[in-house]
Design a protein around this ligand. Sequence first.
Ligand SMILES: [Zn+2]
Ligand SMILES: [Zn+2]
Length: 82
Amino acid sequence: MSASTNMGHVTSFEVWEIETARRQFKDYYRGMPTECPCGRMVAPCQPYRCLYCDIWFCEDCAGEHFGETKAAFLERKAKECQ
Ligand SMILES: [Zn+2]
Ligand SMILES: [Zn+2]
């Protein structure tokens, strides 16, 4: 695979995002722990993946990234289902 020169204008954040997602997917696919952008290793059953960025996060970073902690999400869902 050669480096694509056909990507148009890509910001360094987008490059980082694509490379991070690609590296994480390889780890995840092999059933290996992968690295959250914060540097913490996350086990294959633990990471939370963003639908938009395709990046896996540890639970703390996911709460920050999604703007809601897992506990807050579960509480909100429980209320909605009553
Ligand atoms: Zn995201
Ligand atoms: Zn993290």
